[in-house]
Design a protein around this ligand. Structure first.
Ligand code: ADP
Ligand code: GLC
Length: 522
């Protein structure tokens, strides 16, 4: 539902940096934020530019982070989201009021900006451009898994919209102090701002360095990219244009989503060809790691999605969930361990390694349930795996949040042999629901799993190393006291957003102060 209105004074969050906040903000779970009644001069207006947001549409963890982080920061900063108006957004049932109009640029069409107010007070600016965004499929492609051929135009339009709003154009009546852009789809936001001389500082967060959004140099005129950007220090990357590199090159600061991944991406093994560039950023103090958290809805005792909510030491309750999962996936009754895969089905996630250990899991009396979608070959490989082991391995191609949560609750172990993992949320969700992750010792997995205490880590990306970890899991499963102790440790890990909020909040303030010192008020 879209209607026209100008943005006026009915703000739930504050308009000005030092204004008193009129209405308490409420979290997605209904909790009221603690907001101060005194003006806070450090409260900044932040435009959070993202291609997914879990309330509306998600294809992975970026959607979860975009839904949780702005909310978790609401008591400190006025963080508003900018997202394209996909069908899942414009038809979400939340009213949208048109608050601005942006002109075209090069081949980027003109568009409108709509404002959507979520029931908990979060403000979402929706980029309304039906010719680019209103298509059936995911944010990035058709339902058959193919990317949209005009993704460079679609996401350049997103970047340019952020730039327009930061420049105070389009009558949006809200101008950010800082733009926080996420992953390659938002990579052109800092770049356009730099080229157009918009002085608002920018933060670029890497959620996944391997997705780079590269297109031919021949796209420059369509995208309005100046010639001087085509250099190593700019957005040129091995003879192509890289949206991701644009974000890295032109932002005021770069973060990624775990401390270990922040180090790893400065090495050739994980740097995707950008390790030299990123090492230099790290050397200049412009790259840091801030780990993701998980939100309060991840609570096994109260989660309404679960067939049988359960708490610490209530392993009978956990068993009831397992029984439901077995029925859902048409598996045989069993007293053996249940292994879950909840994942995008892509090379990153090491599913070929899971296929490599599957026979051994089944031979030892284990069962496996798999949910996800992704690359057609990976999906087919998963279907074939289930066909080879009827009653023991079940697969559902697709994704739905309820089934995913029930699988975390019902499984004994989560399989996550990722080749790399910037942070990973599933291993935290699983621990919170008493499912012990078996994962590679990399990125955020290394930072959030304690080997032998809350899960099992292995080093080499090989079937042998993985199998060794799986065998350790079987051993623990056979020792009820050890299993119970590990589950309790896993379920009580202090994963939440508060440890991320402070570093992001400080960074916002620091970047704005530095920009003001350099440029005066902008
Ligand atoms: P990634 O972002 O690399 O997929 P994370 O572990 O950070 O990995 O986040 C996974 C999140 O996405 C979880 O909420 C998980 O339930 C969800 N998820 C997993 N697979 C899919 C899928 N195919 N489509 C949508 N969401 C998915
Ligand atoms: C990416 C990464 C994942 C991370 C998520 C959210 O999709 O693959 O590791 O948790 O973004 O930051």
């Amino acid at each position: 539902m879209i209607s026209a209105a100008v943005e006026t004074h009915g703000e739930r969050f504050n308009q000005q940096a030092a204004e008193v906040i009129p209405v308490p903000a409420i979290t997605s779970t209904g909790k009221v934020f603690q907001v101060s009644s005194t003006p806070n001069p450090d409260r900044k207006r932040v435009l959070f530019v993202t291609s997914e947001m879990a309330d509306l549409v998600k294809s992975g963890g970026l959607g979860d982070v975009s839904a949780a982080l702005p909310r978790a920061m609401a008591h400190l900063h006025d963080v508003r989201i900018l997202i394209p108006g996909y069908p899942q957004v414009v038809n979400s049932g939340h009213p949208i009021h048109t608050v601005g109009e942006l002109g075209g640029h090069a081949a980027l069409p003109p568009c409108k900006i709509g404002r959507m107010d979520m029931p908990d007070g979060l403000v979402i600016y929706v980029l309304l451009c039906p010719e680019l965004y209103e298509r059936d499929g995911t944010p990035y492609g058709a339902n058959n898994g193919r990317d949209w051929p005009d993704n460079h135009i679609r996401f350049a339009r997103l970047g340019m919209a952020a730039c327009d709003i930061a420049a105070g154009q389009g009558m949006v009546h809200w101008k950010p102090d800082l733009v926080h852009a996420h992953d390659w789809p938002a990579g052109l936001a800092p770049a356009y701002m730099h080229w157009r001389g918009v002085k608002v500082p920018t933060l670029f967060t890497i959620h996944n360095l391997a997705y780079q959004g590269t297109v031919s140099l021949a796209c420059c005129p369509e995208l309005g990219i100046p010639e001087h950007a085509l250099q190593q220090e700019g957005m040129e990357f091995y003879g192509k244009l890289s949206f991701l590199k644009a974000g890295l090159a032109y932002s005021s600061h770069i973060t990624t989503v775990s401390a270990t991944y922040a180090r790893e991406i400065t090495t050739p093994e994980f740097g995707c060809g950008l390790d030299g560039f990123l090492s230099s950023k790290a050397h200049h103090g412009q790259l840091s790691g801030i780990p993701n958290g998980i939100d309060e809805s991840w609570e096994a005792a109260t989660d309404p999605h679960l067939v049988c909510p359960f708490s610490l030491n209530d392993w009978e309750g956990k068993k009831t969930n397992a029984q439901h999962v077995r029925e859902l996936f048409e598996l045989d009754d069993s007293e053996g361990p249940l292994f879950a895969v909840v994942s995008r089905l892509v090379y990153q996630k090491g599913l070929d390694l899971t296929i490599g250990v599957a026979d051994a899991i089944v031979e030892q009396g284990g069962q496996m349930v798999i949910i996800g979608r992704g690359e057609p070959e990976e999906e087919q490989a998963m279907r074939e795996l289930a066909l080879r082991h009827p009653g023991r391995i079940g697969v559902r191609i697709g994704f739905n949040e309820t089934d995913a949560r029930r699988m975390f609750a019902g499984s004994d172990f989560l399989l996550m042999p990722s080749r790399y993992e910037p942070c990973g949320l599933s291993q935290m969700y699983a621990q919170r629901f008493g499912s012990l992750p078996i994962a590679r010792n990399t990125g955020g997995l290394a930072d959030t799993i304690e080997d032998g205490v809350t899960g099992f880590l292995f080093d080499a990306p090989s079937v042998d190393a993985y199998l060794n970890a799986v065998n350790r899991a079987f051993y623990a499963f056979g020792k009820p006291e050890l299993l119970s102790a590990m589950r309790c440790r896993a379920m009580t890990q202090p994963f939440n957003w508060s440890q991320a909020v402070e570093p992001y909040a400080d960074l916002y303030v620091k970047l704005v102060q530095r920009a003001v010192a350099r440029n005066g008020r902008y």
